[in-house]
Design a protein around this ligand. Structure first.
Ligand code: GDP
Ligand code: MG
Length: 162
């Protein structure tokens, strides 16, 4: 059985962009507006010699109703199925209430979790990421999914315990 890696986080943080990079595809729709992926999407990934299943999700805010609620439930299901959870946050937006809400949920799960600050291209990644340490999920991994920066390093570390 291949390990399953779930990408979770609020809408628009770059989950689908990372999914496409890890699967070397354009299967996941990437958009400038949030909430495009409502279902879970599975892809087979081979990255730096690691082989795994990656799951893209629609995103979760913590205060969903209606269609957003369905989207959020898909995200929780993806966490449940995962061996490793990559929790993405947006380094440009900084820490949000939704990030805190999801972090509270994730901390209660018995899962391997890596906190990933995306979109560090063109900004000071260290200062942009420092706030995320408040989430209490350990190291903040800095990446720019759109360019692939930091992704190799992240996957190498993330896979160590698996
Ligand atoms: P999702 O809703 O979490 O799946 O986010 P998407 O992958 O659809 O990306 C949302 C927006 O963020 C899109 O406009 C992407 O082009 C942009 N984006 C994703 N990754 C990066 C990145 O590493 N750097 C920058 N600057 N923008 C990014
Ligand atoms: Mg998406």
């Amino acid at each position: 059985m291949l390990p399953v890696v779930a990408l979770v986080g609020r809408p628009n943080v770059g989950k689908s962009t990372l999914f496409n990079r890890l699967t070397n595809s354009r299967d996941a729709l990437v958009a400038d507006f949030p909430g495009l992926t409502r279902d879970r999407q599975y892809g087979s990934a081979r990255y730096d010699g690691y082989q795994f299943i990656v799951v893209d999700t629609g995103g979760i805010q913590g205060d969903e109703e209606g269609i957003d609620r369905a989207m959020a439930e898909q995200s929780l299901q993806a966490v449940h199925e995962a061996d490793l959870v990559l929790f993405l946050v947006d380094a440009r937006d900084g820490l949000t209430a939704s990030d805190e809400h999801l972090a509270d949920y994730l901390r209660r799960q018995e899962k391997e979790i890596r906190l990933v600050a995306n979109k560090v291209d063109g900004i000071d990644g260290d200062s942009a990421s420092s706030d995320f340490y408040k989430l209490g999920l350990g190291q903040v991994w800095q990446i720019a999914a759109a360019q692939g920066r930091g992704v190799s390093k992240l996957m190498k570390e993330a896979f160590k315990p698996l």
